[in-house]
Design a protein around this ligand. Structure first.
Ligand SMILES: Cc1cc2nc3c(=O)[nH]c(=O)nc-3n(C[C@H](O)[C@H](O)[C@H](O)COP(=O)(O)O)c2cc1C
Length: 271
């Protein structure tokens, strides 16, 4: 540990302190859809007891259309909130904190209701997305806000807004997918508007004392994908509406890589 002297030092976020700098990144395990919330609680509880300061859950859908596959878990009902409370309580008992990742799959969603910035089908889903109009975009923003408010009700210490790896918010930022000519497309200012608006509105809804993390790609391996410096700039811009942390993600808006076979709804693995 002498090589990493700060690793176990507390991290003061202003309104709360993480007991060390160890964050467990988001990993959807598939347990979330088994409805066995005690198992999910035990999975994360064990990691909290092991010393992780902040756990980020696997991606939770903000809406039915935003789920990675039909039936993807999310905080839709009071029963869902009660189930998630079992998880957050177990993590807190173990001495850790936990943030819920909100993952909107956009055109990656494996379902006919999927939506995106433009009606351009992704190579990993057979379903072409519907291009959102103003009203549709407002609904998606509100869904992020609702998920954030419900996450707090369920005892989470924060949320992570999934903005990387080619998912919904990323689909607005890259010209590879976003072909819009309205205020949500065209210039970089316009393309970054939706992520900023989502963070701003979520922060407004929960106030200052709640962790908001924004996960962003460090590089997008698509034609005309923003270079690294652009992402550094995005990070600064996204911090303005005040997320407390940002988690860098690997990369990628498909088809940066050779097309993958479609994911089976039975074996989800966002990420
Ligand atoms: C099984 C599995 C599920 C994942 N689920 C998510 C997810 O729900 N949300 C997300 O942002 N990343 C997800 N990821 C990506 C990880 O957070 C991480 O970025 C990726 O594993 C690369 O990190 P590594 O090189 O340390 O494995 C997942 C990864 C794996 C292996």
């Amino acid at each position: 540990m002498t090589q990493y002297p700060h690793m176990l030092a507390p991290l003061d976020l202003g309104f709360t302190t993480l007991k060390n700098r160890i964050l467990m990144g988001s990993m959807h395990t598939g347990l979330e859809e088994t409805k066995d919330w005690n198992r999910v609680a035990e999975f994360y509880g064990e990691r909290a007891r092991g010393g992780v300061a902040l756990i980020v859950t696997g991606g939770m859908a903000p809406s039915r259309e935003g789920g990675v596959f039909p039936g993807a878990a999310g905080l839709f009902t009071d029963e869902d909130i009660a189930n998630h409370k079992v998880v957050t309580d177990r993590v807190h008992e173990g001495g850790g904190k936990i943030a819920m990742q909100i993952l909107h799959a956009g055109r990656y969603a494996y379902g006919p209701e999927c939506v995106s910035s433009s009606a351009i089908k992704s190579p990993i889903s057979p379903f072409p997305p519907k291009e959102l109009d103003e009203e549709g975009i407002e609904k998606q923003i509100q869904d992020f806000v609702t998920a954030t408010v419900r996450a707090r009700e369920a005892g989470y210490d924060g949320v992570e807004i999934m903005g990387s790896e080619g998912y919904f918010l990323n689909q607005f930022i890259v010209t590879h997918v976003n072909k819009r000519t309205d205020r949500w497309g065209g210039s970089y200012e316009n393309r970054i508007r939706l992520p900023i608006e989502v963070v701003r509105r979520c922060r407004e809804a929960v106030g200052k004392d709640f962790i908001i993390i924004y996960r962003l790609s460090m590089i997008d391996l698509v034609p005309n994908g923003p270079p690294m410096m652009r992402w550094c700039n995005s990070r600064k811009r996204l911090k303005k509406p005040a997320p407390r942390l940002s988690t860098p993600a690997s990369a990628g808006t498909r088809p940066a890589f050779p097309p993958s076979p479609p994911r089976s709804p039975a074996a989800p693995s966002p990420g």
